[in-house]
Design a protein around this ligand. Sequence first.
Ligand code: SF4
Ligand code: SF4
Length: 97
Amino acid sequence: MAVFDCQTCGACCSYSSEWPRFSTEDDAQLDLIPTKYVAANESGMRCDGVRCSALTGEVGKVTACGIYEVRPDVCRACMPGDDDCLMARHAHRLPTL
Ligand code: SF4
Ligand code: SF4
């Protein structure tokens, strides 16, 4: 399986406003996420269009998660090379092999 470098990608953080949703976190975890990055209805991360508001940099070049240490569980679950990763990279026309 190809292994991609997330720090030159960021595609999954800029794919769908439906993706960075809160799921299995407890309140203590969620309280660590700065409010400015949280959606108004508190269902997940606030997105600008399809892009998570915590993502910095340029997709496909240099990117970083601005809240990496406290990012939601769904973000921890997406692994380089898995199906979601490939779908997001494909959508951004980044190599998937
Ligand atoms: S799409 Fe894949 S390679 Fe890109 S940041 Fe997400 S997990 Fe990493
Ligand atoms: S919280 Fe971080 S890892 Fe999760 S979608 Fe936003 S930028 Fe990506």
